[in-house]
Design a protein around this ligand. Structure first.
Ligand SMILES: NC(=O)c1ccc[n+]([C@@H]2O[C@H](COP(=O)([O-])OP(=O)(O)OC[C@H]3O[C@@H](n4cnc5c(N)ncnc54)[C@H](OP(=O)(O)O)[C@@H]3O)[C@@H](O)[C@H]2O)c1
Length: 358
């Protein structure tokens, strides 16, 4: 089988580097072009990721894959779209808007940015959770007269919440959700949080994050009806904080359900969901979509971030919540750069490829 030719835009950034790793030796996709800002354009990849003091700023665990080291980084204008089948975009949202618009005229674009997430004809996709909403991409193409489309992932804090709520929502009904996040430093990108700011500290505010989590969770758990997504009718409140953890977001969640549920029922529900997940068999899918722990000391970022190569969502501390007539509280862990962005985006591309949309 001939591999699909893909470009990574934002290849030098925090998520871009994770894309480089996620696409190394991929069975279906081959990185043939890479791009970043004018600052990096024209440089070999290794030179482009050097910081001002000449140190190679490779922020991903493990070695830099050989295939990328000597590839030349292009500007977006230099990309040859006629030689591409697919684009992965990992650029901050203001720049992403123009870039993704330009690319989608010709090609499918899988995006980790928020540039298009809140548009009516754009689904926010998590493979394994709301695959059926990908049908909206066909309407998007028609509406905009594009050959391609923009398929964004959610914000990395929404990812773990929506993934853990989905089976609860489908099987027990969800009325209200309260969530407090403890988000990793890498979620802010390569220039996001200074070491002085985060060491020995917790930052109780992340600009725009809480609004994104609320909007996105309702849209993801919504239903596609007559070509439009009808948001899930859930009340959501959240507080998003930044903590001194390198990778992986932890969230404390309180959920009011419609039907009665207890921890044992939740355990069976997540274990059953593992057996029926739509992503089973895709190259980037983990063995288990969910890991459920009875051990009250889990989840912990240092222990969970390598489980399923960062693609498994971990759930622990599950207890009946007495604040509600019916409900649960739990903690979750979701890897912001794996399932929450780059590798999750690759899994999304695999799902769309299987559906013949790429
Ligand atoms: N970090 C996470 O965990 C995470 C999770 C989910 C989603 N996201 C989203 O993913 C996107 C990328 O995040 P990040 O954390 O990787 O950011 P980052 O570390 O700041 O990297 C930004 C990348 O975009 C490139 N870039 C900036 N302006 C550009 C332009 N005008 N044209 C082309 N390339 C440009 C940069 O290139 P230079 O190196 O040349 O400047 C760099 O490669 C953002 O939208 C973010 O919100 C991040």
């Amino acid at each position: 089988m001939e591999k699909k030719k893909v470009a990574i835009i934002g290849v030098t950034g925090s998520v871009g580097q994770e894309f480089v790793l996620s696409l190394d030796n991929h069975p279906w996709f081959e990185v043939t072009q890479i791009a970043a800002s004018e600052r990096s354009a024209g440089k070999k990849y290794l030179d482009a990721i050097k910081d001002a003091s000449g140190i190679i700023a490779w922020d991903v665990a493990g070695e830099i894959p050989e295939y990328i080291k000597n590839m030349t980084v292009k500007s977006v204008d230099q990309l040859d779209v006629s030689q591409l089948d697919l684009v992965f975009s990992a650029v901050e949202s203001v720049a992403a808007r123009d870039i993704e618009t330009k690319m989608a005229k010709d090609l499918p674009v899988i995006s980790t940015s928020s540039a298009y997430r809140y548009e009516e004809d754009v689904p926010i996709l998590i493979p394994g959770i709301n695959d059926e909403q990908s049908e909206l991409l066909e309407i998007q193409k028609k509406n905009r007269n594009w050959k391609g489309f923009v398929a964004p992932l959610p914000n990395c804090t929404t990812t773990g919440l929506a993934i853990t709520l989905k089976p609860l929502f489908d099987q027990y009904g969800v009325k209200k959700v309260m969530m407090t996040s403890m988000q990793a430093i890498s979620g802010g990108g390569k220039s996001g949080v200074s070491a002085m700011g985060i060491t020995d500290n917790i930052i109780p505010y992340i600009p725009k994050e809480e609004g994104k989590v609320k909007l996105e969770t309702k849209k993801i758990l919504g239903k596609l009806v007559n070509g439009k997504i009808v948001d899930a009718d859930i009340k959501i409140s959240c507080t998003c904080t930044r903590v001194p953890v390198i990778d992986g977001h932890t969230e404390s969640v309180f959920v009011e359900t419609v039907k009665e549920i207890d921890p044992q029922m939740a355990k069976e529900m997540y274990n059953q969901s593992n057996k029926t997940s739509s992503v089973i068999g895709l190259p980037s899918a983990p063995k288990d979509y969910y890991a459920f722990h009875d051990d009250p000391t889990r989840p912990q970022p240092r222990m969970e971030r390598t489980v399923g190569d960062g693609m498994t969502t971990t759930i622990g501390r599950v207890e009946k919540e007495e604040l509600f007539d019916n409900g649960l509280k739990y903690m979750l862990f979701s890897h912001n750069k794996k399932m929450g962005s780059a590798k999750g985006a690759v899994l999304l591309a695999e799902m769309l490829y299987k559906k013949n949309k790429i």
